[in-house]
Each structure stands twice: as structure tokens, then as C-alpha cells.
Ligand binder design. Structure first.
Ligand code: ASP
Length: 717
């Protein structure tokens, strides 16, 4: 958006904004609410029970959460369609420099050639029920805030364990819907044997790379296929060659006829997080503090890893998933910083809140109950801000350098696993331990000393300047670079923390053994542990305060608006709907909502990230489109744009037409819509999918995956 356009956005009177769709928050509907939408009037051609039917089988039975993304079953034999970027780590893990599936793509021609995607899981929503009163029963008036957080956490874990005991083989999660107010227990089927079936080469799956990421027009074939397997008796099981394909209760029909401009589309998926029911003080904290820090720190790491990758292709392959993840968040935060400023989102949020504050002050009873809520929430974020330099450092020290991350996790695990199960941090509970420990060992595969050392060095230099983490003083010496370098040299020379066997062994040890364990990173972890613990306690106190305050805030907001609103996204199943629709990102610029294969060719420069494979160019030259080019377009559609309400986690979500058939795979939003997470707008909120016709065309014509089309019931001519 440029400033001219912003004038248009900001010219809308504030009173109108409060009621207008600029801050419409009802985009991501829980299943319990979708009957309120009257989707038939919007273009839905099937009864709403086809989408969600608690008493029978419906589309939601075909939707999965796959490693934080969404996917859908597209065959009776457990074939899952999701994004290429959601399969990225699995593809990378199956690759070696000599057999590079990221670069060249991967296709299993027969089922026995499908590759285990280690650590990948699939979650299917089975049922849910409100457990707010059970959870909130543990809250006492006047409770110390840290104790409040811990009591709620413990009660949630008890409910989870109890539910899992009563439902063998299932997983339970309690999700907070409205902070401090409502909690829902979800029961999930959880599948653990997931295999990679087909991924196009990066030059298709990631065409346009970071240059095009978060942008429209888009020409990325961001799709891939997995398959879920179960034990021969149908139960969830770890990987085994004896396992058989999972038969979902429902699979989604793909529609090679696709969609056209103006058509209704809807999306089912697991959107991760939005923050629309937070205060201006929250947004201010994010905007001034967290986002700039993320941009600076992630940007630095990306440059470092890209340079290391340029010098050595083996390192490039190792760091590829991290570079991709960091770059995605980096650019998203850049988009948010620009978007918040240009749309004056903070100014509008403050005005909205001023109206709420006036409403509170206008009535003595309301004033008595809610009069200090906004200021109190503001003071919690002020406390968080005051703690920031030190807390960010502690968080990233134990997260960014692999050696210290692994040592710290092993140390923390040893401490936590001495506590009763319900008092442990969730990842160390018995129900999660196997996955936590195997993922930790698996992650060592990507360890690179040069990159790791540089990351830790950067953080230690910051720590020396800040001089607020006593545990680091012995190794920082007088804070000179030479002291830090001496430590790094010795530590990386001596450590064996990157050896999987050693880590497996560490994970069995008691804290007392680890305190004496002769490894520089385990030693450092044991010194940092008390400081990290103290930080976590402070976080829990802030969380406890916010839990109490936001529940009041939400009550009064509801009174003020005089209506209900839907909860923020929280990785639970939601529906959003919209239409295939262009938009105007800038004055006098209109973007059409469908891109084509011709556009892929047009963007090809021969230079990364615009290097389309020769085979694909040749097919285009020959106009070998098969049945996937609608006559009106005379070309294969590649990307589609629509005004639904999505966020991260909706990656891989099926995009449905009005008949409930799959016409696309959602993978991104436009640059302006990165601020969706704080406020949705009909003006700028647009999401992006890869058109199913491009998926099918690439699979058939470029990769020769006829068998997969056949499996999905799609004709190939
Ligand atoms: N590409 C996005 C992601 O990284 C999807 C989105 O946020 O809309 O998750």
C-alpha cells in the first residue's frame, strides 16, 4: 500500500470503523457457530451439515492438522494434500547432497517407496466440549497471579490425562478460546506413521522464493502429498513396514473443474494465532518492541546462514529449513511493521479503546467493575517491556544456538521429569516425552559448528554489553571479544553434544549427574537454568494477571459492542468463507484474482528464485495442458486470490467450492494482509492458494504421477 491508498483507508470515520468490516473479527468460525452464517445465501450449494455434522460424517472428517499446517485426505487410502512448505523439513530430511529431493523433487511410484517423514504427525478432530467451568473452578478470588496460571495449567493437564485414559489411542487438548473465560476440550485421532509421497522440485514448489513470499501475483506450486499409515488393526502406530494405509472416515473430492472469479469459496483449517481481542497496549508492545527485534535478529541469522550455505552446498542443505522458517517470519514481521503504520492500526485501536473507556466511565457500576482494567493490562505489558532485553537474550540463548539449545533442553528435562507428571511443562510430560526426545535427537542432523558458533558469539557479545545475566559472567571475562572467542573455541572443540548417542544418554540422566557432566554446554545449561526458571516464573505471573484482566475486558467489550464475537484463532478447527476476488493494493492498481502458467514462464529469468524447470517450459510451449486449461483462459490456472480470513496454520488448508469440492490449497496471504492477525479488512485481506488444476497438471504432465490422479479419482484426459 502506498500513502495515497492509506488516505483512502484512514479517511473512513472512526465511528464507522468500529462497526465496519475493517475490524470485523468474525472471520474464523468455530464449527459450533457456522449454522449462524447462512452460507446458502452466499452461494453454498449443499446443506451446511455436509460441512459439519456432529451426528454423522462430514467434510471435517477429511481435514487434518499436519505438523502445525492443515491438510486434507484426498483418497480413501489416506493420501494427504498439503503445501510444499509444510513438507519442507520432511523433504529435506530425506535428502542428501547426492540425492537432493528438495532440488529435484520426489515421487514414490509405488507405495513401498514412500519415505517415512520422521517426527511428522497427523491430527484429526473427533469431538469437542466446553470445559470452562471445570477449568475455572480452580481459580480463587485474590489468587496470586503466578499461582493462578499454575492452577489453570494443572487442571487442564488433569482433564487431558483423564480424557486420554478414558479414550485409549486418542489425544486430548484443552484450548483456551477466550483468555480467562472459556476453554474447550478437543479429542483427536493422532496418527504417527506419516510418509512422503510426492513433492515437486523446489523450482516449482517454491517458485519465486522469498521475493514473492507474502505477495500477489503468485506463481508458486506450493503443494505436496503425504500418506498416513496405521497398524493392521487400524490403530495409530509408530512407523513400521507392517503398517497399512489409513482409511479416513471421509475423503475430500478434488474438482478438476476449478473455480472462476466471483465464485464462493470456503476453507476448513487450523489457523494458528490471531490477536484481535487484545488491547492497544499489547499491539504497541508488539509493534515497538517484539517486531523490530525479530526483524533485526532473524535478519542477521538469515544472512549468516545464507553466506555459509553459499560456501558449501552440504551446509546449504542443512540450514535450508531454518533459513526458510526464519525468512518467513522475518518478512511477515516486516509486512506487519509497514502495514500497522500505513493503516494507522494502532491509532485506530486506541480510538476504539477510548470509546470503550468512555463507555466504562459513563456508568458508575461499570466504572467500579472495569474502571482500571485497561490501565492494569497496560501496566503488565510495561513490566514485560522492562524485562525485555534480558528475557529476549535468555530465550534466544536457549533456543538459537543448537549446542546450547540441546544441552539446555536435556538439563531442563532432567529437572522437570523429577516432578509429578501434571506439574511438568507439557513437552516433558510422559504423553509427550517420546516425541520431545526423538525430535531433539533428530534435530542434531542439521548441526553445523561454524553457523552455531557465530550465533552464540553474537548473543554473548550482546550479553556482555547488557551485563545482566550473572551466570554468564565467568565466560564473558571482561566482556572483550577475545574472552568470548576463547570460550567458544574451547567449548566447541570439547563438546560432544552434537552426537545423537551422547544426547540419548543425557536424556536418561538425573539432574545431579548432569551438574557434574563434563561437557561445556551442559555445564553452561546448568548455570543458566535458575535464571531461566526465574524468568519463566515472572512470565507466569504476568500471564496470571492477564488471565484475570482479559476476562473482564472481554465482558465489557461484549456489553459495549452489544453482540457476541468469535474467539481469536488458536490452532483449533475453523471455517472461513469468501469469494474469488481481486483487490487494489495501491492507487490505480487493480490485481486480478487468477494467475496462469503463462505467468510462470513470463517470470522466468533463469536466475534464482525464478528458474522454472525446462520440462515445464517445454510443456507450456507445446500447450500440453491436458484437461486442466479452461477454454476461456486457454492456459492452466496457477494461483487464486480470495477474501477469506486466514492466518499461519491455514497453510495447506483445502479451498472448497460451493459444492464442497476441493479447488485449491491455501498457502499464503498478500503483503497488506500480514496485519490480518490484528484486524481483518475487506479492503486488504486476501489469501492465496495454488489452484487444484495446477497441482493436477504438474503431477500428471511434469512428474508423471498418473497413479496419484487415478487414486484421487481424476481423469487424465
Ligand atoms: N504462508 C503463511 C504461513 O507462513 C500462511 C499464512 O500465514 O497465511 O503460514
Amino acid at each position: 500500500m502506498d500513502n495515497t491508498n492509506m488516505k483512502r483507508l484512514t479517511a473512513i470515520p472512526v465511528a464507522l470503523l468500529l462497526l465496519s468490516p475493517l475490524f470485523a473479527d468474525e472471520g474464523m468460525w468455530p464449527m459450533s457457530e457456522i449454522h449462524r452464517l447462512n452460507l446458502a445465501s452466499k452461494g453454498l450449494q449443499v446443506p451446511v451439515q455436509v460441512i459439519y455434522n456432529p451426528k454423522g460424517v462430514s467434510l471435517i472428517d477429511g481435514i487434518v492438522n499436519i505438523g502445525g499446517c492443515t491438510g486434507s485426505f484426498v483418497s480413501p487410502d489416506g493420501l494427504i494434500l498439503t503445501n510444499h512448505h509444510c513438507a519442507f523439513s520432511a523433504i529435506q530430511e530425506a535428502s542428501t547432497p547426492e540425492r537432493n529431493y528438495l532440488e529435484n523433487g520426489f515421487l514414490a511410484k509405488t507405495r513401498d517407496l514412500e519415505v517415512a517423514a520422521k517426527g511428522q504427525t497427523v491430527r484429526i478432530t473427533e469431538s469437542y466440549r466446553d470445559v470452562s467451568s471445570e477449568v475455572l473452578a480452580v481459580v480463587q478470588p485474590g489468587m496470586e497471579p503466578g499461582a493462578r496460571t499454575k492452577a489453570i495449567e494443572k487442571r487442564i493437564k488433569e482433564i487431558v490425562l483423564d480424557t486420554e485414559a478414558k479414550n485409549p489411542g486418542k489425544r486430548a487438548e484443552v484450548s483456551e478460546m477466550f483468555i480467562g473465560k472459556s476453554y474447550v476440550l478437543f479429542i483427536y485421532t493422532y496418527l504417527k506413521d506419516v510418509r512422503l509421497v510426492y513433492a515437486p522440485p523446489r523450482s516449482i514448489g517454491e517458485y519465486g522464493g522469498e521475493t514473492d513470499n507474502w505477495n500477489w501475483p503468485r506463481h508458486t506450486g506450493d503443494f505436496s502429498f503425504f500418506r498416513a499409515y496405521v497398524a493392521p488393526d487400524g490403530g495409530s502406530a509408530d512407523y513400521s513396514t507392517a503398517n497399512v494405509p489409513y482409511h479416513p472416515r471421509r475423503h475430500i473430492k478434488v474438482a478438476p473443474s476449478g473455480v472462476a472469479e466471483g465464485d464462493l469459496v470456503f476453507i476448513l483449517g487450523y489457523p494458528g494465532r490471531t490477536y484481535r481481542h487484545r488491547t492497544a497496549s499489547y499491539l504497541d508492545f508488539e509493534y515497538r518492541v517484539r517486531m523490530p527485534f525479530t526483524v533485526e535478529w532473524y535478519g542477521w541469522q538469515i544472512n549468516l546462514m545464507e553466506a555459509a550455505g553459499k560456501a558449501d552446498p552440504a551446509v546449504a542443505l542443512k540450514v535450508a529449513p531454518r533459513v526458510k522458517g526464519l525468512s518467513n517470519t522475518f518478512k511477515n514481521n516486516q509486512g506487519k511493521l509497514v502495514g500497522i503504520r500505513r493503516a494507522d492500526l494502532l491509532g485506530k485501536k486506541r480510538q476504539e479503546e477510548k470509546a470503550l473507556a468512555d463507555f466504562i466511565q459513563a456508568d458508575p457500576q461499570r466504572k467500579a467493575k472495569y474502571g482500571t482494567v485497561l490501565a492494569e493490562i497496560g501496566s503488565v505489558y510495561a513490566q514485560a517491556e522492562a524485562a525485555v532485553p534480558r528475557e529476549f537474550l535468555l530465550q534466544f540463548l536457549t533456543r538459537s544456538p543448537e549446542a546450547l539449545r540441546v544441552a539446555f533442553t536435556a538439563y531442563e528435562a532432567a529437572r522437570e521429569r523429577q516432578k509429578p507428571d501434571v506439574e511438568r511443562e507439557s513437552s516433558y510430560m510422559d504423553r509427550n516425552w517420546k516425541q520431545t526426545s526423538s525430535r531433539l535427537v533428530l534435530s542434531l542432523r542439521n548441526f553445523d559448528r561454524g553457523v552455531d558458533e557465530a550465533i552464540l558469539r553474537n548473543l554473548l557479545v550482546r550479553a556482555a554489553k547488557l551485563n545482566a545475566i550473572p551466570a554468564l559472567r565467568p565466560i564473558l571475562g571482561n566482556g572483550q571479544g577475545s574472552d568470548i572467542d576463547r570460550f567458544l573455541n574451547q567449548a566447541y572443540g570439547a563438546t560432544r553434544i552434537h552426537d545423537g548417542k551422547i544426547v540419548e544418554d543425557l536424556l536418561k540422566k538425573k539432574p545431579e549427574d548432569l551438574d557434574l557432566f563434563d561437557d561445556p554446554f551442559v555445564q553452561l545449561a546448568s548455570k543458566l537454568y535458575p535464571e531461566v526458571q526465574a524468568m519463566k516464573e515472572a512470565e507466569k505471573r504476568r500471564e496470571g494477571d492477564l488471565n484475570r484482566l482479559y476476562s473482564l475486558y472481554l465482558d465489557v467489550k461484549k456489553d459495549f459492542l452489544g453482540r457476541d464475537f468469535v474467539p481469536d484463532a488458536n490452532s483449533t478447527l475453523r471455517l472461513t468463507y469468501g469469494h474469488i476476488k481481486g483487490y487494489e493494493p495501491r492507487d490505480a492498481v487493480f490485481m486480478h484474482p487468477i494467475t496462469t502458467l503463462g505467468g510462470v514462464v513470463e517470470k522466468h529469468t533463469g536466475e534464482d528464485p525464478f528458474v522454472a524447470p525446462e520440462g515445464l517450459m517445454e510443456l507450456h510451449r507445446k500447450k500440453d495442458f491436458g484437461p486442466f486449461a479452461p477454454p476461456k483462459l486457454g492456459d492452466v490456472p496457477v494461483g487464486i486470490l480470495y477474501d477469506t480470513d486466514t492466518t499461519g496454520g491455514n497453510s495447506g488448508s483445502p479451498v472448497f467450492n460451493g459444492r464442497g469440492e476441493l479447488v485449491g490449497v491455501n498457502f499464503d496471504r498478500v503483503w497488506e494482509a500480514t496485519i490480518n492477525d490484528y484486524g481483518w479488512s475487506a479492503l486488504y485481506s486476501r489469501s492465496i492458494a495454488v489452484d487444484i488444476r495446477y497441482v493436477l497438471w504438474v503431477a500428471l504432465k511434469f512428474s508423471g504421477a498418473d497413479h496419484l490422479l487415478k487414486e484421487m479419482g481424476v481423469k487424465t484426459n
